[in-house]
Write a protein that binds this ligand. Sequence first.
Ligand SMILES: C[S@@+](CC[C@H](N)C(=O)[O-])C[C@H]1O[C@@H](n2cnc3c(N)ncnc32)[C@H](O)[C@@H]1O
Length: 374
Amino acid sequence: MELAEYHSLTTLPTPAGPLWIKRGAPGLEDPAYRALADAVEPRGTRAIDLNPGVGVALLPLLAAGLEVHAWEDRRSALRALEASAAEHPGLRVRAALPWQVPQAAYGTALLVFGADRGNAWVRAQIRAAARALEPGGLLWVAGDKKLGFERYLGWAREIVGEGEVVLRAKGARVAVLERSSGPAPEAPEGPEPLEVELRGRRLTFWIWPGVFSADAVDPASRLLLEHLPADVEGARVLDLGAGYGALSLPLAREGAQVTLLEHQLASVESARVSFARAGLDALILHSDVDERLSEAENYDIVISNPPFHVGGRVVLDVAEAFVAAAHRRTRPGGRFYLVANPFLKYEDWMRDLFGNVQTLHAGRYKVLLSVKKA
Ligand SMILES: C[S@@+](CC[C@H](N)C(=O)[O-])C[C@H]1O[C@@H](n2cnc3c(N)ncnc32)[C@H](O)[C@@H]1O
């Protein structure tokens, strides 16, 4: 796949008007979104969608004339939503985190439980829904029965108010709950510290809910750090899919000039706080792969622990785009280091683009290196 193809947006006609989509953007293939779109009924004049993805579930609300606020933190989804907003005047797109919602501002809220981002994230989403809804407002939730739907519905009943399952479509479930008149949950006070030792130094990261490997640095990332050059002083390093900066903050501490590209705003904000409190400079961009870099930007070293999931077209597209972006962003003579689970065929993509690939480590994870021809 060409990188331009990954970055391009296309439009999908729907009965409620055009919906823009793009490769790698969540919320199109997940049946929970379709089930939520089938079940939802409008109430009030303003609605909030707390996990919209490309916006499948909010279309019926727009068609009913509501103003809908799409509250999204993933950059690929935001790119698609922003394109759709140009054609739907009622759609307002916010690059924002769940705990930033205004209080008692909406009559309807939608939430597909973000099970892929962990329990703390789902709890934060539910608390945000309780905060955003007026008393008596309705929260429509959706999820997969195999991905914790019943448990999350239990939390929603405790935090938001009473409600029942209203639709079962194969594995997908939809429930609707009424916001009680109880007090609004408080927003979290700030990110939590994570203290670790990396490359022989004690470091502290500051972590918001919903980020990759929130409780400990990922063992694959540790392995990659062990295989990077011992001397990175002055090197220009690009961290693709940087999370909270587990790979790049230790390198910045050693004198590298680091740029972080990351898709989730929760991770971007975690990295920003982590670098600032460590007194280190970095360019930290909320970016879908390399879309936020200008045409000519390239680096001495590109590093990545790409997103992984077993199966799924979306993730394969993203993984392939990561390798294509790494090739484009490595300067002639520069190096691209990657760590991955053994089952994905990164070697093939790297050999095709760089003309070479070495395996620096093979085991539970593999560490690969390609050098760009000078
Ligand atoms: C396996 S994690 C690694 C995170 C971090 N580098 C570390 O080592 O802890 C992959 C990261 O890629 C990010 N990601 C996923 N899709 C992306 C995209 N389209 N553009 C940029 N980053 C993306 C995820 O949000 C996640 O933080």
